[in-house]
Every structure is written in C-alpha cells, then in structure tokens.
Design a protein. Structure first.
Length: 273
C-alpha cells in the first residue's frame, strides 16, 4: 500500500484558497513543492503532527497566520536592482515631478516602495533622492511588506558584505558605516523611510503618492488580484504620478487607467489626471 502524500489534494486546495483570500498570492500546482516545504518546516517548528492541525491553528490565530504567510513569500532583492528603473527615476521622473509640483509650492516628493522585502529597494531610492534633490526639495518614503521578518531586517539596516554588491563605492562610503561582518545604513538616511507592515490585498490608507515602486510582486497574483492591487495603487497616488513595476510584469490587458510610458531609460506607467 502506497504511503499517504504529505499534502493531499484536498488540503492543498484548502491552503491555496486561504493564502489567496488572505494575501492575493496565487499558488499553482507548479509551486506546490514550495508550499509543502514551508509546511514541513512549520510543523517541526510548532511540534504539530498534521497539516490539518496546522490549518486549524492559522485559521484562528492571526499572529501565526502572518508568520505562515511570511514563510511562503519569496524575498529575492538587491541594491540597485534593474538599474534602468533608477536611471529613469533620476533623469525623467524626478524632473517631471519638480515641474508638476512647482506651481503648488509643494516641495516634497512622496514615494511608496510596496513589497520592499529586506529594504534594499527603499534604501536605493533614498540614496538616489539624497543625491539629486537640493533644498528646498525633499522626499519621504513609505516602505511596506507582507513579511514581518523582512521588515525587521530592513528596519535594522544592516547588510552583510556580500549583500552590498552593486552599490557605488562613493555611496557606500557616504551612506553606510563599515561594521563587523558588513555595513550599517546611516541613521539620517534611515530616518527618511517609514517601514510598515501591509498586505496589498487591503487598502493602504496612503494618499497623494508621487511615485510607487511595486516590482516583481503582482506576478504572483492572478488576474483579479492584480487588477484590484493596481486600482488600489491608482487611488493612493497623486493626480500626476508614476508607477514602476517589474520588467517581466505588464498592465497590458488589465482594466487600468494608467498610461504606458516609454522613456529612453526604461518603461513605466503614469497617472496623468
């Protein structure tokens, strides 16, 4: 008689539905092995014998549900990832925003790094903004993620030596302190960023954002969840603002009001009204 599978089809369906309903992340049969691996870790960690028992736990314990969702998300990132986006930000987007905002006297550029993982993206944005903005211009960054573990790393601002590859030496000298085992972000740069737990399935409460980065996140959502997230970005953004998504992602075919924008550096999206 064959051994019973660790995760039978019925349990897989229960978990994938829960994950989708709570986060918008769409687990397919092709990444079932990732879910099984994370569940085995959780059962060992919690001394729970069956996936059914663990499902009962996360169904009633919101704290453990957050921990579980944290464990299944992929958090691959690095400083200055996809340099072309940052070139477009520096050479096009910030210049456009300064012209747009000049008439109103508003000299603060508001940025949201959605799905910020361990902080490399918002810190990259902060370094770039610090380099190119001069008084009276300034910036504020909100960085959010579904993973509490990643947010803790981001808030700490410490990165091992092998994690700072890609940062220009001049920026490394200016914005980091060399410490045992790696580098620590300067407090004055860290103070420009507010890290916050946020599930993209829910409204962020943010308004008037001038720039939104959400790269390599919506690729994990199905069409309905993608549309919902993109519409929530629209509502959170200022009337003339810019959206960056991953180079392998697209809003083509979505029910979206964003305009496709091609610059000489990179492609992105614009809210024009």
């Amino acid at each position: 008689m064959a051994d019973t599978p660790f995760l039978i089809d019925a349990d897989f369906e229960r978990y994938r539905n829960l994950i989708y309903n709570e986060s918008g992340i769409h687990f397919t049969a092709t990444n079932r092995a990732i879910l099984e691996s994370r569940l085995k870790e959780k059962l060992r960690e919690k001394s729970v014998e069956t996936v059914k028992s663990y499902f009962d736990i996360i169904s009633r314990d919101q704290g453990e549900l957050k921990n579980f969702l944290d464990s299944i998300t992929t958090n691959l990132t690095r400083f200055f990832r996809n340099q072309a986006h940052f070139d477009a930000l520096e050479n096009y987007v910030v210049k456009e925003l300064k012209d747009i905002k000049k008439a109103s006297g508003n000299t603060t550029i508001k940025v949201w790094s959605a799905g910020c993982s361990t902080g490399e993206e918002p810190y990259t944005i902060a370094m770039l903004m610090s380099e190119i903005l001069t008084p009276p211009w300034t910036y504020e960054i909100v960085a959010s993620d579904l993973s509490l573990k990643c947010l803790m790393t981001a808030k700490e601002g410490f990165y091992a030596t092998n994690r700072v590859d890609g940062i220009p030496q001049s920026h490394l000298n200016k914005y980091f302190d060399k410490v045992d085992g790696g580098y620590k972000i300067h407090q004055n740069l860290q103070s420009k960023i507010r890290f916050d737990y946020h599930n993209l399935k829910n409204d962020s409460g943010l308004k008037g954002m001038d720039i939104v980065f959400c790269r390599n996140v919506i690729i994990y959502f199905d069409e309905a969840a993608q549309n919902a997230v993109i519409n929530r970005f629209w509502n959170a953004m200022a009337n003339k603002s810019f959206l960056f998504i991953g180079h392998s992602e697209s809003l083509f075919g979505m029910n979206s009001k964003f305009e496709f924008l091609k610059t000489q550096w990179a492609t992105l999206y614009r809210k024009s009204i």
